[in-house]
Design a protein around this ligand. Structure first.
Ligand SMILES: Cc1cc2nc3c(=O)[nH]c(=O)nc-3n(C[C@H](O)[C@H](O)[C@H](O)COP(=O)(O)OP(=O)(O)OC[C@H]3O[C@@H](n4cnc5c(N)ncnc54)[C@H](O)[C@@H]3O)c2cc1C
Length: 496
């Protein structure tokens, strides 16, 4: 039986490990922390529960496929609740708008509240559907690195319809074209942040994210996104993955350009292959022997990080939904400060998730658990108390200005988490949430492939590698890494 070491128990590592063990490999998963999940975490504070990372769940199909692959049923392990509204938007001019799950109801909101022309939303979703249907088979569901990936029927269709991917405009240019009102374009521009990019730089291809969330569906996972990690952990154990928590891998040992094993606790352990779910740059620079030489050039900047506030708010607000967005005055300026100036925006758009709206038992009765996230550059800035206080004040002012809600005197307990905290806890370079950003047309071609070049037996799974960041894509990276590893071990012509 082939022995595989998986480095890291984030979504990519867990899914790769479970798939490989289900196929009969002897898999050991090493996780540096004493808990699994990586960026997917949770804390308890003053009697309320708060997520630390992802809050929205999309692309259920990626998980249904995973559960099916390992012989289990998604519904037996997880309960998902469709979000309606998907999100509530609060604009600086006082307009409040619900992105309703039903496209007809969503369109009525846009027409009645923003004066948008009837039919524009339908046209936009048709356009975004075409991007998704054209791009997903090759860019998401295949490993994008072998001839076989390009020979699948869906991939051939992609190759023949590249223009449908809309790669030459930016997201914002396309959104501005479809909608009359700047506020509608802004609502859809926001999806660039789902992989830590800027709508003014990322290709319009990423407008498929709006389709995935608004048409294919966004969900709340009962128990939070961490429940997915817990479910996969149970499956991993069921199929025999040996999980070692609190055991960081110190080095990946290479002999004759082939992985020979890993070093843990100062001792060498033999393995036939390694799947790294650790940050890609760190894997090359710190784990892989001779890795600095082998590292391909990372020509794209890191995706954004976030500054996260967790507030116990001592009252409840009927006019808030589970997911709320309070837009800043000047969205373009915000991204310029994040990108070019690489600093916290002066007036950041605030995303406020309140888990108690979906699961009241997550906060004491009559109170709310506010998860408040603003975009921040990936950075080693330690964020002094003054910087954090300034961001906190501008968020409170923005929420009040857009909605009239003033919670400044109702926050009874709080925690702040900076990009540095994320880096320290998950090893993400500069606290970048999604690995390299997708700014620029070539970005998806520059991502680390799921099988390393130049070192046999080394594979990558995780948000920094293909197909990208976010919970479902990280899970797909685990699929690609495991499939490639399997084929390279058991097929004569694994690429064909
Ligand atoms: C604030 C925030 C909000 C987010 N919101 C969303 C959202 O709403 N929806 C969504 O889909 N996604 C969201 N994401 C992104 C999503 O959480 C990530 O893309 C995904 O979880 C990354 O998974 P991964 O496989 O890359 O592993 P990671 O989570 O990066 O985990 C890597 C693991 O490897 C371990 N490790 C590293 N080095 C070693 C070593 N040497 N030895 C052993 N172990 C090691 C680390 O400890 C870590 O546990 C959010 C993330 C954050 C932080």
């Amino acid at each position: 039986m082939k022995r595989v070491a998986v480095i890291g128990g984030g979504m990519g590592g867990l899914t790769a490990a479970t798939r490989l063990a289900a196929k009969g490999f002897h898999v050991t998963l090493y996780e540096a922390n004493d808990r699994l999940g990586g960026k997917i975490g949770e804390i308890e504070q003053a009697g309320a529960r708060f997520p630390l990372g992802p809050t929205v769940f999309t692309m259920r199909d990626a998980f249904e496929e995973f559960f099916d692959y390992v012989g289990a049923a998604f519904e037996d392990y997880l309960t998902t609740i469709p979000l309606d509204p998907v999100a509530r938007y609060f604009y600086p001019d006082g307009t409040t708008l619900d992105a309703r799950r039903d496209p007809g109801a969503f369109e009525r909101e846009l027409v009645e509240k923003l004066g948008e022309k009837p039919g524009a939303l339908g046209d936009y979703f048709d356009y975004a559907r075409a991007i998704h249907e054209t791009g997903a088979p090759l860019f998401l569901w295949s490993d994008f690195s072998t001839l076989r990936a390009f020979r699948k029927p869906g991939s051939i269709a992609t190759a023949l319809n590249l223009n449908k991917l809309d790669p030459f405009r930016t997201m914002h240019q396309a959104n501005d074209f479809f909608f009359d009102d700047e506020r509608t374009a802004r609502l859809f521009d926001r999806y660039a942040t789902y992989n830590g990019s800027s709508p003014y730089r990322a290709p319009a291809t990423l407008n498929l994210i709006a389709y995935v969330e608004n048409v294919l569906g966004a969900y709340h996972v009962k128990g939070g996104v961490l429940a997915i990690v817990n479910a996969i952990e149970r499956l991993a154990e069921r199929v025999g993955v040996e999980i070692k928590r609190g055991v960081p891998v110190e080095r990946i040992v290479v002999r004759n350009r082939r992985v020979a094993g890993v070093v843990v606790n100062g001792a060498f352990e033999t393995y036939d292959a390694v799947v790294s779910n650790a940050d890609v740059e760190r894997t090359y620079d710190e784990l892989l022997e001779g890795g600095r030489r082998r590292r391909r050039l990372f020509t794209t900047a890191p995706s954004t990080s976030g500054l996260l506030f967790l507030w116990n708010v001592e009252r409840a607000h009927d006019n808030l939904a589970a997911h709320n967005v309070f837009f800043s005055e000047d969205y373009r300026l915000e991204f310029r400060q994040l990108g070019k100036e690489r600093r916290l925006p002066d007036d950041p758009t605030a995303y406020v998730h309140i888990p108690a709206k979906m699961e009241p038992e997550t906060a004491p009765a009559g109170t709310e658990n506010w998860y408040v996230l603003v975009n921040a550059p990936a950075s080693e800035d330690p964020y002094d108390a003054e910087t954090i206080d300034r961001a906190r004040s501008s968020i409170l002012a923005r929420v009040k200005a857009n909605s009239g809600i003033d919670v400044a005197d109702a926050i009874v307990a709080e925690t702040t988490r900076t990009p540095r905290d994320l880096e320290r806890e998950t090893g993400a370079t500069l606290g970048s949430i999604y690995g390299p950003s997708s700014n620029g047309r070539r970005a998806s071609f520059l991502r680390q492939r799921n099988k390393a070049r130049g070192v046999e037996g080394l594979y990558f799974a995780g948000g920094g590698s293909h197909p990208g960041g976010g919970v479902p894509l990280a899970a797909l990276s685990g699929k690609h890494a495991a499939d490639l590893l399997f084929r390279h071990n058991y097929e004569r012509f694994p690429s064909l």
